[in-house]
Design a binder for this molecule. Structure first.
Ligand SMILES: [Zn+2]
Length: 88
């Protein structure tokens, strides 16, 4: 927190934006909490309960953490190949 005010404002402008939907259906776009995808109002400070069967709200099938991570990985691969294709 020893940054000058203009440096802090510039860093804030470059911050990851919150993608939570607001009441108008648009992304919130507040600066996300550092290292997270959501702002302080939309779960950035408290990302939820620990995962797993011991903590009640677990899912199976399409929405397990493993399945979601695998789809995210596959999507990143597609993006990487598309980027490679675009750049020659
Ligand atoms: Zn938000």
């Amino acid at each position: 927190m020893n940054q000058r005010a203009d440096t802090r404002l510039r860093n804030l402008r470059l911050a990851q934006r919150c993608g939570a939907r607001n009441r108008a259906g648009q992304p919130c776009q507040c600066p996300a909490v550092r290292g997270r995808m959501r702002c302080r109002l939309h779960g950035g400070l408290s990302p939820g309960a620990p995962k797993g069967q011991a903590n009640g709200k677990y899912t199976d099938g399409y929405f397990t953490a493993e399945a979601v991570a695998e789809r995210r990985w596959a999507k990143s691969l597609v993006g990487a190949f598309a980027e490679k294709e675009k750049n020659g």
